[in-house]
Design a binder for this molecule. Structure first.
Ligand SMILES: NC(=O)c1ccc[n+]([C@@H]2O[C@H](COP(=O)([O-])OP(=O)(O)OC[C@H]3O[C@@H](n4cnc5c(N)ncnc54)[C@H](O)[C@@H]3O)[C@@H](O)[C@H]2O)c1
Length: 260
């Protein structure tokens, strides 16, 4: 499916990013991995802290021209400080993407790893808009303080970061249409990776409720093919879409909301 293409994959050292590297290579693509932790999962590796503007800018300068796609997979769980969650999951991802677009090939695809945690964005539009007014250069720590995100139980910073990512993806459905560059996001339900325990810890009872309805948590092998599809030629008419891969969880929530 992706034979002969070159893709940049962030979060390459673990979980969904690691499996995406493996699958893309199996499909015949060349993979450039990015992570804060060294890894041999990709054909070429660049270390960067995707929550730090200087590190992102240095990475953009180093990355080669002409890649066919960018998979923004790196992310941190809600057990981290709210400032870190917003910086890595949202503002850093945005900075890397905007920085890299001029270097991507025409017709490239961008795939953002959002989450089922972002499902509720239509009910949080005002807070999402306030969040989107900031960038990595701004005082994110004070914003988190003002929004009460540090004290918020249940990992609100994580939910907000993913809600904003889904909205940002929507907003950029046609931003690079003249160059035929598309951007979509993928929203998995709970996936068995090293950060699953962090989610369960933060979500407490809510996670237990979710688990009652799930047959099993997802695996990186459930999610990576959807990322590979979003990066491929086959997804060319998807723009600003949110591809859910969650064992039916979002369908279950929607059915409950609408009493179907
Ligand atoms: N595991 C789940 O249940 C789940 C569910 C939905 C969405 N997601 C999302 O999927 C993505 C991948 O998560 P995962 O479950 O594979 O977790 P993971 O912890 O296995 O992988 C995350 C990777 O991101 C890297 N990373 C974190 N912060 C970084 C930084 N500042 N700079 C560079 N690299 C950094 C880590 O080193 C790690 O290799 C995340 O965006 C996460 O929010 C995960």
């Amino acid at each position: 499916m992706n034979n002969g293409k070159t893709f940049i994959v962030t979060g390459a050292a673990s979980g969904i990013g690691a499996e995406t590297c493996r699958l893309l290579k199996e499909q015949g693509a060349t993979v450039i991995g990015v992570d804060r932790n060294e890894t041999g999962n990709a054909d070429q590796f660049f270390r960067a802290d995707l929550g730090d503007p200087a590190s992102i800018d240095a990475l953009v300068a180093q990355l080669p021209e002409g890649a066919d796609g960018l998979a923004n997979i790196a992310g941190v769980p809600p057990t981290m400080a709210a400032e870190t969650v917003l910086k890595v999951n949202l503002y850093g991802l945005q900075r890397l993407t905007f920085g890299l677009v001029p270097k991507l090939a025409d017709g490239a695809s961008i795939a953002n790893l959002a989450s089922l945690a972002g499902f509720g964005w239509p009910n949080a539009v005002d807070q999402v808009k306030r969040t989107m007014d900031l960038s990595l250069e701004d005082d994110v720590a004070s914003f988190c303080e003002k929004e009460g995100l540090n004290a918020a139980e249940g990992g609100r910073s994580y939910f907000l970061s993913k809600e904003a990512l889904i909205v940002w993806t929507l907003q950029n459905r046609w931003t690079w249409r003249e160059r035929d560059i598309t951007m979509n996001c993928i929203s998995p339900g709970p996936v068995d990776t090293p950060i699953l325990g962090d989610f369960l810890q933060t979500l407490g009872k809510r996670a237990e409720e979710d688990r009652k309805h799930m047959d099993r948590p997802g695996t990186p092998q459930d999610v990576a093919p959807v990322v590979a599809f979003a990066l491929s030629e086959h997804a060319k008419w998807f723009r600003g879409a949110n591809l859910t891969v969650d064992g039916g969880m979002s369908g279950h929530i929607l059915s409950n909301i609408h009493q179907l």
